[in-house]
Design a protein around this ligand. Sequence first.
Ligand SMILES: *Cc1c(COP(=O)(O)O)cnc(C)c1O
Length: 390
Amino acid sequence: MAIRTVYMDHSATTPVDPRVVEAMLPYFTEIYGNSASIHRFGRAAAKALEESRRTVAAILGCHPTEIVFTGSGTESDNLALRGVAFAQRRAGRGNHLIVSSVEHHAVLNTARQLEEVFGFEVTYLPVDEYGMVNPDDVGRAIRKDTVLISVMYANNEVGTIQPIAEIARIARAKGIPFHTDAVQAGGMLDLDVNRLGVDLMTLSAHKFYGPKGVGVLYIRQGTPYLSTITGGGHERGRRAGTVNVAGIVGLATALRLAQEGRESENARLRRLRDRLVRGILERVPDARLTGHPTERLPHHASFVFKGINGEELLLALDVEGIAASTGSACTSGRAEPSEVLLAMGLPHEWAVGSLRLTLGKSSTDEDIDYVLDVLPRAVARLREIQAVEV
Ligand SMILES: *Cc1c(COP(=O)(O)O)cnc(C)c1O
């Protein structure tokens, strides 16, 4: 009998929706022109590009010219931080950045490089036990020379949703540009940039059933920004490089589908997720939910189990056909506990035993039953082995 396979790693990536593939296909072989070309082939590609830009802009509630298409969520984060930091320094406004301590590495390591290589000063905001930033801390961290604030919309490792609108109000009052990495929120939460009050926002298609290797950077009109990918004048000089028209058509189609269906799908996911969380906390001793109990992404369940190694648990689950993560795909392969969990104040012996289960369109009640059957046994077995080794 074939083993059952259960994909519970939708925060790492999602399969491309067949309707998205369908929408993309003509742009590989038929409408293949360079969108920067003058001729009819180029114009056909440019038309699809601008339609996609309007689709995304309508969802974000912004003007199409404020949308920049990029090569990934990581690239958007890099462009946002470096682009604003360099422009602000050039204008003599200062040298100080504020980011949260639970950002994705695309933000965190970019901030660190700005600090270590380019001489910026960075304040890393603390978080509470749920991984949440306190807006008052943002207010307290602001200095005369602060030139950018970046706080993610929803955390990839623990699912916590940050008080973005409140932070945005504080940044706005001081005239400081505010960027949010909204990659995890893309298919699930409200993306209206005016309701949120953000000046820059990052999205990535493959996190909402679109293709990999294509992202969005929203840049509010008037935000100081220097392009750090220089070349031709693509994307109004904000991100050079021949435009990935097929990928962008895929991104726009996927974002539209995800946003149209999000209310009902979120309710479905929340019910499944809550059953999963309840079941695991009931059946596994010395288990804790990580992240906020209610202010969290609807598909996101994350835990720590005392005294086990998260990587070993992943392997044990994989043998049973369950695909999960310790928290972030980008940090796997390392035995050190996650910086995010440590920032939340979890002791080392708990933080190394992390598990993230993120549901998606394919998830069913049978998947939940299967995980609730396999996981408690896997954790118990690992604890037994460790007890013998000690
Ligand atoms: C996945 C992810 C990214 C990186 O996006 P890519 O398109 O994979 O480069 C950035 N930030 C967060 C919060 C993510 O979850």
